[in-house]
Design a protein around this ligand. Sequence first.
Ligand SMILES: [Zn+2]
Length: 118
Amino acid sequence: MEREQIIRLARAKYVATGITNNITEALAMYLNNDATEDEKIPLFISSPEIYGIKEALKKNRPKCEECNSDLQMKENTRDFTGKKYATAWICKCGRIEYSDKTVKEWLEILRENRQQNI
Ligand SMILES: [Zn+2]
């Protein structure tokens, strides 16, 4: 699949629905949740950081404390008061944990497989 097509799908699923207004985040979420192996290739070529996160999350994805589901990373986000955070972990049950750690910092933590309280 072409990169443009994947961007359209990611936008439809994550931007149009209001989950994020950032296409980079939408792509990262699409990559984590929906992309097939074929779709990942054109995305990987253009985004080594997303590739790194994806690989790290495969090995050590944080789980939700409430429901034990896999958490999804969100970048450059705000809480309901408008306070900005570098990252957040979101769960399908609705739980959100905001963090000041950047994607790069999380990447290191996940790669080192450190125990980490989110
Ligand atoms: Zn949960």
